[in-house]
Design a protein around this ligand. Structure first.
Ligand code: CA2
Length: 151
């Protein structure tokens, strides 16, 4: 049997990880984050489709494509967390478990980062634990999928 597929979606500017502002976001690159996710997924018996885009429309299209294809979505919506009703709507419409990840603790940062539209569509949120949060999100997702199957 095919392993369940988890989409790991990354929003704008996360392609810059490891190249700027290491004091805020750490020194791992997005390729390092993908390798970490692949390693965790392997351990959990999951498959991942890891992507990054700077475009809001593209991110929304990827969410829509998850319907019938993926078992869950791990998403770091980056700046769109705080602005995008459209991204929230797409995550609500897809009817899949969603774990929202932020590398930084958005609640310790500027006030405009304290609210995330995406959190309204998320099953759970992990923030402030660095890129290790992606690994934790996949672990949580493994539990959510099993729960879904038994319902
Ligand atoms: O903490 C997070 O993961 C964020 O989603 C990161 C976003 C920010 O807008 C959110 O409020 C919190 C920013 C992503 C930009 O990442 C960069 C990485 C390195 C250098 C510059 C930007």
């Amino acid at each position: 049997m095919e392993p369940p597929l988890i989409a790991v979606l990354n929003g704008p500017n996360l392609n810059l990880l490891g190249t700027r502002e290491p004091e805020k976001y750490g020194s791992a690159t997005l390729d390092d984050v993908e390798a970490l996710c692949a390693e965790t997924a392997d351990e959990l018996g999951l498959a991942i489709d890891f992507r990054q885009t700077n475009g809001e429309g593209e991110l929304i299209s990827w969410v829509q494509e998850c319907r019938g294809r993926a078992a869950g979505i791990v998403i770091n919506p980056a700046g769109y967390s705080h602005t995008s009703v459209a991204l929230m709507d797409s995550l609500l419409a897809v009817e899949l478990p969603v774990v929202e990840v932020h590398i930084t603790n958005i609640h310790r940062r500027e006030a405009f980062r304290h609210h995330s539209y995406v959190s309204r569509a998320a099953t759970g949120v992990i923030c402030g634990l660095g890129v290790g949060g992606y690994s934790l999100a996949l672990r949580a997702m493994a539990g959510l999928i099993v729960q879904d199957e038994s319902e």
